[in-house]
Write a protein that binds this ligand. Structure first.
Ligand code: NDP
Length: 294
C-alpha cells in the first residue's frame, strides 16, 4: 500500500484564496477590511520568522496587519496595556500575541487580557474552556488544531467512532486537537512523555496525530495498516547531502509510514501551511463578528 498524500500546501492555498476573495468583496462594497495586530515580545529568532510570515500572508490576502514589538524585558503591565489598547482599536479585529513569551511574563494573564471576539489564536482560557465543554461553542479554535481537522476532512476521514490517538498534550496543539476529535465523535487517547509502550497505543489508531517534536520517532511498524496520519511535528535534522546541511522532518518516519498508512501529511507541506491559513480565516471571521456587533 502507498498512502495518499494529504496536500496541506494546496488546501491552505485554497483557503487563503477564499479569504482573499471575501476581503476583496468587502473592499468593493466599501466595508472595512479585516485587521490583525501581531505582538512580538523579545528577540526569539523563530518567533520573528513566524510573525513576519503571518504579516506577509495578511498582505497577500488584503488583511491589514499592525506589527507591535516590545523588548524582552517588557513588564507584565506594559504587555497587558498594549493588549488593552488593541482591544479598543476598531481597526484591529484580531490580536495575536506570539508565543512563547519571555519566562518572566504570565502567559495566562496576557492571553486572558485579549478580548474574546479578537482572540484569533483561540488561546483565551474561555475559548479553550468552551472547546472542552459539551454544548458550548468557542468563538475561535486554535489555528494548528483547526488546520488538522480541515486536513482530516479533506482526506475524507471518517472520525465518528474511530480510534484517534494524539501524541502530545500541549496547550497549542495536542490538547485542543484531542478536544476537537472528541467533538467529532472519535474515541480519543492522548499520549505524552509518561505514556507506557507508545508503539502499542499507536497501533490501535485509525487516526494518528503526532505533535511531539521528536524527529521521525513514530516508525512505520507502529502504525495500524490503513491508518490516517497527520504529522504536526517540524524538526530540523542535519543532512550533509541537503543544500543547507539540514532538512525538515516530521515526528513520523515518512517513507516507512507511506507503506502502511492510507493517507499521510508530508513535512514540510502538510500541517505547516494550514496554521497561517486558519489564522487568516479567523481574522476575517473576527471582522465579521465586529460587523454584527456594530
Ligand atoms: P511541546 O514541546 O509543547 O509539547 C510536546 C508534547 O509531546 C508534550 O505533551 C510532551 O509530553 C510530548 N512528548 C515529548 N516527548 C515525547 C515522547 N518521547 N513520547 C511521547 N510524548 C512525548 O510541543 P508543541 O505541541 O508546541 O509542538 C509539537 C510539534 O509540533 C513540534 O515539532 C512543533 O515544532 C510542531 N508545531 C507545528 C506547528 C505547525 O504549524 N505545523 C505549530 C505548532 C507546533 P509531556 O506533556 O509529558 O511533556
Amino acid at each position: 500500500m502507498t498512502a495518499h498524500l494529504i496536500n496541506g500546501k494546496q488546501i491552505a492555498a485554497e483557503i487563503r484564496e477564499n479569504v482573499k476573495q471575501k476581503v476583496e468583496e468587502r473592499a468593493r462594497l466599501g466595508l472595512p477590511v479585516p485587521g490583525l495586530a501581531t505582538v512580538l515580545i523579545g528577540d526569539n529568532p523563530a518567533s520573528q520568522v513566524y510573525v513576519r510570515s503571518k504579516q506577509k500572508m495578511c498582505a497577500e490576502v488584503g488583511i491589514r496587519s499592525f506589527g507591535y514589538e516590545l523588548p524582552a524585558n517588557a513588564s507584565q503591565e506594559e504587555v497587558e496595556a498594549l493588549v488593552r489598547r488593541l482591544n479598543a482599536d476598531p481597526n484591529v479585529n484580531g490580536i495575536l500575541v506570539q508565543l512563547p513569551l519571555p519566562s518572566h511574563l504570565n502567559e495566562e494573564r496576557v492571553l486572558s487580557a485579549i478580548e474574546l471576539n479578537k482572540d484569533v489564536d483561540g488561546f483565551h482560557p474561555v475559548n479553550i474552556g468552551r472547546l472542552a465543554q459539551k454544548g458550548r461553542e468557542p468563538l475561535f479554535v486554535p489555528c494548528t488544531p483547526a488546520g488538522v481537522m480541515v486536513l482530516l476532512e479533506k482526506a475524507g476521514t471518517k472520525l465518528a467512532g474511530s480510534n484517534a490517538v494524539v501524541l502530545g498534550r500541549s496547550n497549542i496543539v495536542g490538547m485542543p486537537v484531542a478536544l476537537l476529535l472528541v467533538r467529532a465523535d472519535a474515541t480519543v487517547t492522548i499520549c505524552h512523555s509518561k505514556t507506557r509502550d507508545l508503539p502499542a497505543v499507536v497501533r490501535q489508531a485509525d487516526v494518528l496525530i503526532a505533535a511531539i517534536g521528536k524527529p521521525e520517532m513514530v516508525r512505520g511498524d507502529w502504525l495500524k495498516p490503513g491508518a490516517v496520519v497527520i504529522d504536526v511535528g517540524i524538526n530540523r535534522v542535519e543532512d550533509a547531502s541537503a543544500p543547507k546541511g539540514s532538512r525538515l522532518v516530521g515526528d513520523v518516519a515518512f517513507e516507512e509510514a507511506l507503506q502502511v498508512a492510507s493517507a499521510i501529511t508530508p513535512v514540510p507541506g502538510g500541517v505547516g501551511p494550514m496554521t497561517i491559513a486558519m489564522l487568516l480565516q479567523n481574522t476575517l471571521r473576527a471582522r465579521e463578528l465586529a460587523d454584527n456587533a456594530a
